[in-house]
Design a protein around this ligand. Structure first.
Ligand SMILES: [Zn+2]
Length: 583
């Protein structure tokens, strides 16, 4: 126990220093180094409420970590967030390093009160777990234990206690602006199979786990466990909510025996979907907002009635998609998108009876569609577009559908057509156009773009499509649109706005300064609790090798952790939007 005593001394100093910091809010917080050296500040009194919770020994800290982990499980047990996994199998490439060979996509609901996930958005028959393993089984021939996805959400759902694990304090470290204690967690001998082995980061106020990194062992016969890096965000007072998981297996470094490798991102969101029910809306209802605001009170003409009917259908669908947590609540990103649409409209003198709106679908697959006058664009697409001109090109196709009157379907004005389970959204909704309308929309889009402020910058849009074409055949999951028309046919050939490719520069993946498309995750940040999206504010990073470009690829997560309510800037040191993009 002598070793513990020494660690305890430094630990208590850390707590004291912390108390001192929070007692002086006027001092501007300096940028914390990645690893904080052990404080030499003499012990000072801590604030009263911290005193109550401050454990006096490492043992007590561990007790509190375990208690907080079980409290989190209890807190989330009635929640059924969405979980989305996008996985890329890799193959070695002499020039580009490991590149995607094929991809898989899974979207489902995670029942936090259960061990196994059952409900899936994409197919009714298979559970998310079977789907996940179905995709990976081909690779590793895995027969998966019935633990479901939740094994990567919590350290250990059933056995997270001292009788199954040893906890060793490692050091202190900042994750973002949150000071953490790092512990190594090791399963005890003969404590069972599939136990967590790795590191946990716990924040130093209440000792909630904020990050888990490791794998599970020993593996039972015929089972395989991934390595994972799992992050939580402080979205609710007192709780850190599982939000991102990065998994990776295999590598192709010299001498490695791995023949297969993959990397995968999982995102969890939609925790608070229950709260977005209509009951809440009723209590929030502002009468002003629904008042008839026309200058002169009058009856509707037949055409006006038709438009009001279409508006009702549009509102119904958008509201339903938001309730299913598939599109984010209206917010600032929408305004950026609407500005781009506006720029195209104004320069083309497009005058529509109803304004065009834009919303963000929060999923990976690259797709756009429009519902009435609302354009919906997926997060994956926003992430990978290199600049505003390419965004304008993508939006112009949907604006063209609106201008050409292709979105007049109003069957969703009947409210009974909104009555289906969230999981069956993709079976009940579809906003695809026939090939004739697609061709007409593309032609109109090019015409709109030529008269727009983006007319001279369309090379980047064409280059993006060329890059998509180059990678398309191995990214069929990313290219599969679920509600709208896809960018490519089923062989990965680009069919959307293909005219723009003709005037684009030649795609050259070995050219360092040619950034045709960005990695996934570089632009849009999603709040997993309330589903709000915002733009990532990442510092520009310059590329040093063509392997840095990673178009359409997934990368590890590195969210900048902050405590709820701290109003520090929310810079993200994540997969960064690139400096070279947009030139
Ligand atoms: Zn279309």
């Amino acid at each position: 126990m002598r070793r513990w005593g020494w660690i305890l001394a430094t630990f208590l100093l850390a707590v004291s220093a912390m108390g001192q910091e929070s007692a002086q809010p006027a001092a501007p917080p300096a940028a914390p180094p990645a690893v904080q050296p052990v404080s030499t500040t003499p012990g000072l009194a801590v604030t009263p409420q911290t005193t109550q919770r401050t454990p006096v020994s490492i043992d007590q800290v561990v007790d509190q970590i375990i208690e907080r982990e079980h409290a989190l499980m209890a807190f989330l047990k009635n929640r059924t967030p969405l979980v989305e996994t996008y996985l890329q199998n890799l193959t070695p490439d002499a020039k580009l390093g490991a590149v995607p060979r094929e991809d898989h996509y899974f979207l489902g609901r995670l029942d936090m009160g259960d061990i196994v996930d059952r409900r899936d958005y994409l197919t009714k028959q298979m559970s998310f777990q079977q789907n996940l393993m179905g995709g990976v089984t081909k690779l590793f021939r895995i027969q998966y234990q019935p633990m479901g996805f939740s094994w990567m959400v919590f350290a250990d759902r059933q056995n997270f206690d001292r009788s199954h694990y040893d906890f060793h304090y490692v050091h202190r470290e900042f994750l973002g602006e949150v000071r953490c204690l790092v512990f190594e967690v090791i399963p005890k001998k003969n404590a069972g199979t599939g136990l967590f082995h790795g590191q946990i980061w716990v924040e130093d106020q209440d000792y909630n786990i904020v990050r888990l990194n490791g794998t599970y062992e020993p593996r039972p016969r015929n089972a395989f466990y991934f390595h994972m890096d799992s992050w939580r965000l402080n979205l609710v007072p007192g709780y850190w909510i599982p939000s991102y998981i990065y998994s990776e297996e295999g590598d192709f470094s010299y001498g490695s025996k791995d023949k297969e490798a993959f990397k995968a991102q999982s995102r969890i969101w939609g925790y608070d979907v229950m709260r977005n029910s209509r009951d809440d809306e009723l209590t929030d209802l502002k009468v002003e907002a629904v008042k008839d605001e026309s200058a002169v009170a009058q009856d509707l003409s037949p055409l006006e009635a038709q438009r009001a009917w279409q508006q009702q259908a549009e509102d119904n669908v958008v509201e339903r998609l938001q309730k299913a947590a598939l599109i984010a609540p209206a917010g600032d990103v929408d305004k950026v998108l609407q500005t781009v649409v506006n720029n195209i409209q104004i320069t083309n003198d497009v005058d529509l009876p109803r304004p065009v709106h834009a919303r963000v679908m929060v999923t990976y697959p690259l797709e756009t569609f429009s519902v009435g006058n609302t354009i919906i664009i997926s997060r994956g697409l926003l992430d990978t577009l290199p600049d505003e001109a390419s965004l304008a090109a993508v939006l112009s196709h949907e604006l063209a559908h609106i201008v050409l009157g292709h979105n007049l379907g109003s069957k969703f004005a009947f409210n009974d057509r909104m009555l289906f389970s969230d999981e069956s959204t993709y079976q009940n909704f579809g906003f695809r156009h026939n090939p004739e309308e697609e061709t007409a929309a593309d032609a109109k889009a090019v015409e709109l773009l030529k008269n727009s402020p983006y007319a001279q910058k369309l090379g980047s849009a064409g280059l993006y499509l060329k890059q998509l074409q180059a990678r398309g055949p191995v990214l069929s999951a990313l290219l599969t649109a679920h509600l709208g028309n896809g960018f490519a046919d089923n062989k990965g050939q680009i069919i959307r706005l293909s005219a723009l490719m003709g005037s684009a520069p030649q795609l050259d993946e070995s050219k360092l300064d040619q950034i045709a498309a960005l990695p996934l995750g570089g632009r849009i940040k999603l709040d997993p609790w309330q589903d709000h999206v915002e733009m990532i504010k990442a510092a520009a990073v310059s590329y040093t090798s063509i392997r840095d470009k990673m178009p359409f690829e997934v990368t590890p997560f590195f969210p900048r952790l902050t405590r709820l309510g701290s109003n520090a800037t929310t810079a993200v040191n994540g997969p960064a939007a690139d400096a070279n993009a947009g030139k």
